[in-house]
Design a protein around this ligand. Structure first.
Ligand code: GDP
Length: 479
């Protein structure tokens, strides 16, 4: 091939087939131009329509993103508007302020969902990042910021009218006379919460009149957009392939910032680069009392060995293997991520002291063992992000049921994982099974139809792109 073709190919790979835009200062976000050296090229191509939507969005964000003239003016109007007028304030642009909820995996999938919501509703996405997220992500939009300014009066959504209250008024037929300029939308459903009918056209119509939405979800609520008739055409144009939405949105939005990238690449170079095959094991134990480590450990061994992801061990290692033999053997390196160190340790002991029946050399690395989930902790979040990303660089991936940490890893890496099921509650189910899509599960989806308010009975016949999740049957996912 000619040198100019090579340059073009390199540029195309670097920009992920047009998903990303050129023009960023490379030094300020090294991962953006280097990640394609680490991830395999994706067979999932972004549609031309998605690409054009993204370019238009970037323009909108440059016009109305934080610190712009339009933004400053709009925020003043919203802050000064009274909550009791019949009309909400007229602003140049409309906004979403994304609020964090739950762990980092939950936050990432909910930011991606909020961004798609912004694309569908022509809003500007602003994120409320505390100190705990410093050094994690690059700015995603060219020549602008998505960070809520430190001095903004919108860090506090306490006194903002809630979407919930409007829905309740509607339910009780209380007349709804006023439209606020800002509204707090809480999508942190659980099975016991009331339905908020966010997936219904008429509620979307109401929300479209409010200039500023505070959005808190901690969930991948993208499947609900496919239940909302007014979004359908736009979604179908953007995503002719429905099962790679988060794969595209995730790779578009989340580029490790230089500090995180340095940790990712140095760990990779030191421990993983020389492997013939990289196996990622994400072992998420939420409660070691109800799911004891020994039970989980047995499950991992059964799953990986039965499915030939890792080899069985033989007797004691033959120490007389000459170095030339050694060089011929296949090296499989295992990346273990877990809050608990015993998983990496057990696997290391097992493979260090014994030879494998296949002759493969197995090395095991676990970057951290934080013991427990911490909130608002920068270094802790940095480790979590680094590990999600390292997992995404695996050739073979095993993740734990219901874990959004694993959802992020599989989608960024385009890697359909094996899922470890709950070993205690799923005794008659397989211990692990191959997942069938890259899409995250929406754990607490809408429960009712919009027209008659009846409980959604048969999801598959009502919504042909939506099914219950394998790893969390209450939830829904796009298929
Ligand atoms: P989920 O709870 O499994 O859905 O995943 P989240 O990422 O939302 O929340 C779990 C949080 O616990 C992570 O964000 C980390 O802070 C921490 N955590 C859980 N598992 C791991 C792990 O394997 N490695 C690291 N470094 N942190 C973890």
């Amino acid at each position: 091939s000619t040198p100019s073709k090579e340059i073009n190919d390199n540029e195309k790979d670097k920009l992920l087939d047009g998903l990303l835009v050129s023009g960023f200062d490379e030094a300020s976000c090294i991962s953006r131009s280097q990640s394609h050296f680490y991830h395999k090229p994706s067979p999932h191509k972004p549609s031309p329509y998605l690409i054009s939507k993204l370019r238009k969005y970037e323009e909108l964000h440059r016009k109305c993103g934080p610190n712009t003239r339009a933004y400053n003016k709009d925020m003043k109007i919203i802050a000064n508007s009274k909550n009791n007028s019949k009309k909400s304030a007229a602003t140049t642009c409309k906004y979403i302020i994304w609020l964090p909820a739950n762990g980092l995996g939950n936050q990432i999938i909910s930011m991606a969902s909020s961004f798609l919501y912004a694309l569908l509703t022509d809003r500007v996405l602003v994120v409320q990042f505390g100190k705990d997220k410093e050094g994690l992500f690059c700015e995603p939009f060219l020549n602008s910021t998505w960070l809520l300014p430190e001095n903004s009066s919108f860090w506090d959504a306490q006194n903002v009218v809630t979407y919930q209250s409007i829905i309740e008024m509607e339910m009780t037929n209380t007349s709804n006379e006023y439209l606020p300029s800002a509204m707090y939308v809480d999508l942190k459903y659980s099975p016991t919460n009331d339905e908020r009918f966010f997936h219904c056209d008429h509620n979307q119509f109401l929300l479209s009149k409010i200039p500023l939405l505070f959005l808190e979800a901690g969930q991948y609520f993208v499947p609900s957009f496919f239940m909302t008739p007014i979004f359908k055409d736009e979604l179908n144009k953007m995503f002719p392939e429905i099962t790679s939405i988060f794969h595209h949105l995730g790779r578009y939005l989340f580029h490790p910032a230089n500090e995180a990238w340095e940790l990712i690449t140095s760990f990779y170079q030191q421990h993983l680069a020389k492997a013939n095959e990289r196996v990622g094991l994400q072992i998420r134990v939420v409660n070691p009392y109800s799911t004891p480590h020994q039970v989980v450990m047995n499950q991992i061994l059964n799953c990986t060995i039965e499915n030939k992801l890792l080899p069985k061990v033989r007797g004691t290692k033959n120490m007389s293997v000459s170095s030339s033999d050694k060089n011929k053997t296949i090296k499989k390196f295992v990346l273990v991520t877990s809050l608990f160190q015993q998983y990496g340790k057990n696997l290391t002991n097992m493979y260090q002291n014994k030879s494998t029946v296949t002759g493969e050399v197995i090395e095991v690395y676990q970057p951290s063992s934080e013991k427990e989930q911490k909130f608002g902790d920068n270094k802790h979040n940095l480790k979590a992000w680094v590990e999600m990303y390292l997992l995404s660089l695996s050739d073979v991936l095993v993740t734990t049921y219901q874990s959004t940490f694993g959802y992020v890893a599989k989608a960024l890496g385009n890697s359909i994982p094996w899922i470890l099921y709950n070993p205690v509650h799923n005794t008659n189910k397989e211990i692990c099974e191959r997942e069938f899509t890259l899409e995250p599960c929406y754990h607490y989806p809408p429960l009712h139809y919009c027209d008659d308010g009846k409980v959604i009975q048969d999801v598959a016949s009502s919504f042909h792109n939506i099914r219950h999740c394998k790893d969390f049957p209450f939830g829904l996912k796009l298929v």
